[in-house]
Ligand binder design. Structure first.
Ligand SMILES: *Cc1c(COP(=O)(O)O)cnc(C)c1O
Length: 383
């Protein structure tokens, strides 16, 4: 018997980049427009604004940069609060801290993991009553499912607080017939390497507010006043996206629907694999037709199942397959210890029971087979 050759680890969500990306990046380099800006950036912004149904798009170096600059423009600063779901990636809360504002964490719907409208209402009520100014509410489109904007918008409007949509995970999804990124006074997208599409690193601010888009463009290019000697009247940032990376984004955008289709097919396959397994269910499965299926997760009730999400994670790890718990809630993060929070235990419960599974559109047929064979073995042994 000969030993099987070592196989690379199967990851949750790897970049899906091929010939078309190489072609457009080579074109950008050949054109001489390398950095910082150029025609590919303009085209990328125009295409993305169109795709998301927005008047303006500003290409930036990351999704975090888009959140940071939008928050600054919405008036987040020391002495103000910004409401953030506790069930999110740290970038949402970090951007708030960059502005000097205080992040206030609010729990989620126990089924969807999305910002709870009831608890948001309670948080806004309490903060407003005590005279704390809330600069913005930042709903997060968790794992590619849009937040409940119709309800959240109505609540925020009553309190006169603007919505900044963190749509970093949700490009291509929609909510009530409108695309992700079209909600909120402004929205942030991410093109990080693990997202539904990538520029290797990048992000975008979307808005219908032309003045806001202009201000974000200005702040993201070091806040240079139009003078030959670069006059500066305020602090700027170096947050723009390069022309070469915008070319990568254009190729990815052409392929976006195909990549979403592959992730959706994996979602279907996981749903079939867990169908009839006691105590296990696919997260956000109900009503997922409008989601982009960025990551598929399974929720495991260990009492009913007789095994836990961590048992599955350990087993998959041994088979060279990456899986990961849902986002550790922000109120549990040491760096945010003591932060003000409005909680009901839902995020804690999802964190304890949820496991995200390989969901990337670049997975090969062989890798998919390896994942489902391992999953079948694990479930078979526990029947
Ligand atoms: C990825 C992500 C971000 C940050 O995007 P970057 O481009 O990595 O800075 C922000 N919010 C959420 C919810 C994310 O998943």
């Amino acid at each position: 018997m000969t030993a099987a050759p070592p196989r690379p680890r199967i990851l949750l969500s790897s970049p899906d980049v091929g010939e078309r990306e190489q072609e457009l990046v080579a074109e950008a380099i050949a054109s001489g427009w390398i950095a910082p800006l150029g025609p590919k950036v303009d085209e990328f912004e125009a295409r993305m604004a169109e795709r998301c149904g927005r008047g303006h798009a500003v290409a930036l170096s990351s999704g975090t940069a888009a959140l940071h600059l939008a928050l600054l423009e919405l008036g987040a600063r020391a002495g103000t609060a910004v409401i953030v779901p506790t069930m999110t990636f740290a970038a949402t809360a970090n951007a708030v801290v960059y502005t000097g504002a205080e992040p206030v964490f609010v729990d989620c719907d126990p089924e969807t993991g999305l910002l709870s409208p009831e608890l948001l209402e309670r948080a806004l009520g309490e903060l407003t009553a005590e005279g704390t100014r809330v600069a913005a509410v930042v709903p997060v489109d968790l794992l590619g499912r849009s937040a409940d904007y119709p309800r959240l918008d109505a609540i925020c409007e009553r309190y006169g607080v603007p919505v900044l949509a963190d749509a970093a995970e949700a490009l291509g999804a929609s909510c009530a017939g409108r695309p992700a990124g079209s909600y909120g006074h402004a929205a942030a997208l991410s093109f990080n390497g693990n997202k539904i599409m990538t520029t290797s690193g990048g992000g975008m601010l979307l808005t219908d507010d032309g003045a806001l888009a202009d201000r974000v463009r200005y702040l993201s290019t070091q806040a240079r006043q139009p003078a030959v000697h670069y006059e500066h009247t305020e602090i700027g940032y170096n947050y723009r996206l390069s022309n070469v990376l915008a070319a990568l984004g254009l190729a990815q955008l052409e392929r976006l629907d195909g990549m979403i289709g592959r992730r959706r097919a994996l979602r279907e396959q996981y749903a079939a694999a867990f169908a009839g397994v006691p105590g296990a269910s696919v997260f956000q499965r109900a009503g997922d037709a409008a989601d982009n299926c960025w990551l598929t997760a399974v929720l495991v009730d260990p009492e009913t199942a007789g095994w836990s999400s961590d048992d599955l994670r350990t087993f998959l790890d041994g088979a060279g397959i990456e899986s990961r718990p849902l986002w550790k809630p922000m109120h549990r993060q040491p760096v945010f210890a003591g932060a003000r929070s409005f909680l009901d235990g839902s995020a804690d419960h999802l964190f304890a029971t949820g496991l995200t599974l390989p969901s990337g559109s670049a997975l090969t047929a062989e890798q998919v087979e390896t994942v489902f064979r391992a999953l079948g073995t694990f479930l078979g042994e526990r029947r």
